[in-house]
Design a protein around this ligand. Structure first.
Ligand code: FAD
Length: 455
């Protein structure tokens, strides 16, 4: 049997098959990070699980590289490649079961889609802090966000996943079926198959009390020390994170301060709304507040509040570590590098990952760093490719200063393309078991366009 042709593929799938001559090719080959410039042989805009199965079969039989695209936010550009792209971004249906407090989301759903659907029922699960990020990649790598101290990581709320494996089979992975695959999907990233739908457990979250609070950089040390103490045993409904950020031109920030760097805390109280003011006061008391935009709001409003700072088409280069102890030395390294933030889009986030995330054993899911207190990311994002060198240098210098005060490993979803040598470390004690599962479900490494666990 010869290799299948694109014409045969076209006949077999419901969704569009886009090739280099197509009008939509340039749009279809793009991912969020504009630095990524791949020219796929075929992009299949999958319409359903059947299309995903056909596309996986096609890539395997054609012996082509295969990339699976969910939200397209992977910083190293794993949502595209020069071979075959199974683009799930048209598969975005979300069905909420309010009685069981669960939701099922198709593989290309964004967190904006998901939150809008669940919010109507006063329910939510942990998702990313930007609404345009994909549920797929984020959940498969772990999933950190405003709600994780209370509800756990996104992957901790996964009940089951429909998966197309490398041999084109359609499997349901859960605690009851294909448990090894289900274990690996919760943190092991896109290594094990294409997930056509995710079933999540939801918690009672409708409106939250929160938003950004800005302080002068000269108070950054006091704020980080106070945050470190507070978050160790703060109520788990209290989420949010410290960040370094250049002030964008927003009405709540004094006009003469636009363009200056600040330390901020983005607060999110997900408990009873009438307790929000008191819950967030602890942040306001940490240092004099320069500006704030804090109050009650629908959870999806906070989830999309910062979307405009990260439009598609920026250049991205990120570095990250887990942090168990935010030591004074680590804080000093932040204070040295954060004030040199080069551009308004770039940011440094120090996400707390304690609370409910710590109640899951390190070997219960593939996400190993259950003793980390924070997941820290230096997220370099800028509009002009002419500035690549300077911005990458800022990220690398910052990272070199902070890494000695951090854990060796970092969150797989924040890793750069040049971090492939850190994969074993990022999974700590779970790496060998991940290799075993990889051998069982993808011995030929068809799913290798990712932070790759080699069989
Ligand atoms: C602006 C921005 C904000 C972010 N904020 C957060 C945050 O708050 N919390 C957080 O935890 N992370 C965050 N991230 C990191 C994010 O988790 C990763 O970039 C993640 O990979 C994005 O998933 P995606 O589906 O959008 O990306 P894609 O590029 O589509 O996919 C990323 C990887 O996941 C795989 N994948 C995606 N969907 C599927 C699927 N359905 N089946 C199988 N494999 C799939 C892909 O093959 C690829 O390897 C952010 C990233 C960006 C750029």
């Amino acid at each position: 049997m010869g290799k299948p042709s694109v014409e045969q593929l076209r006949e077999r799938v419901r969704g569009a098959v886009i090739t280099p001559g197509s009008d939509t090719y340039d749009e279809a080959r793009k991912v969020n990070n504009a630095m990524i410039d791949r020219r796929p042989a075929v992009v299949v805009r999958c319409a359903n699980a059947g299309d995903v199965m056909t596309t996986v079969d096609f890539a395997r039989e054609a012996e082509a590289d295969l990339a699976v695209r969910g939200g397209g936010h992977s910083v190293p550009g794993f949502g595209t490649c020069d071979g075959v792209v199974a683009d799930l971004s048209g598969m975005r249906g979300v069905r909420v079961d309010p009685g069981r407090r669960t939701a099922r989301a198709e593989g290309g759903t964004t967190w904006g889609d998901f939150n809008a659907a669940t919010h109507a029922f006063g329910l939510a699960t942990t998702g990313g802090i930007i609404s345009t990020t994909g549920v797929g990649g984020l959940t498969l790598g772990g999933g950190i966000g405003y709600l994780c101290r209370g509800l756990g990581l996104s992957c901790d709320n996964l009940i089951s996943a429909d998966v197309v494996t490398a041999d084109g089979r359609f499997l349901v992975a859960s605690e009851q079926e294909h448990e090894d695959l289900f274990w690996a999907l919760r943190g092991g990233s896109g290594n094990f198959g294409a997930v056509t739908s995710f079933e999540f457990r939801l918690g009672p979250v409708k409106d939250i009390y929160g938003g950004p609070i800005l302080y002068e950089l000269e108070h950054a040390e006091a704020v980080l020390r106070a945050f470190r103490e507070l978050i160790a045993d703060a109520p788990e409904e209290l989420g949010g994170f410290p960040a370094f950020q250049i002030a964008p031109p927003l009405p709540f920030i004094p006009e003469d301060r636009h363009g200056e760097p600040f330390i901020l805390i983005v607060a999110c109280w997900a408990g009873p709304l009438d307790q929000g003011e008191r819950a967030v006061k602890v942040f306001r008391d940490m240092a004099p507040v320069v500006a704030e935009h804090v109050g009650p709001m629908p959870y999806p409003a906070l989830n999309s509040a910062f979307d405009a700072l990260v439009p598609p088409g920026l250049q991205h280069y990120w570095k990250a570590n887990f942090v168990t102890e935010l030591s004074d030395a680590a804080i000093a390294a932040h204070l040295e590098h954060a004030p040199r933030l080069p551009v308004v889009n770039s940011t440094v986030h120090i996400y707390p990952v304690n609370g409910a995330c710590h109640r899951v054993a390190p070997d219960a899911t593939a996400f190993a760093y259950r003793d980390a207190t924070f997941a820290m990311v230096i997220a370099g994002m800028w509009p002009d490719p002419a500035d690549n060198e300077a911005n990458i240098a800022w990220v690398r210098d910052y990272y070199a200063a902070i890494a000695p005060h951090s854990e060796e490993g970092g969150y797989i979803n924040f890793m750069a393309g040049d971090d492939q040598d850190r994969i074993r470390t990022n999974f700590k004690g779970n790496y060998d078991r991940l290799v075993e599962v990889k051998r069982a479900y993808d011995p030929g490494n068809l799913f290798h366009v990712n932070q790759n666990i080699k069989p």
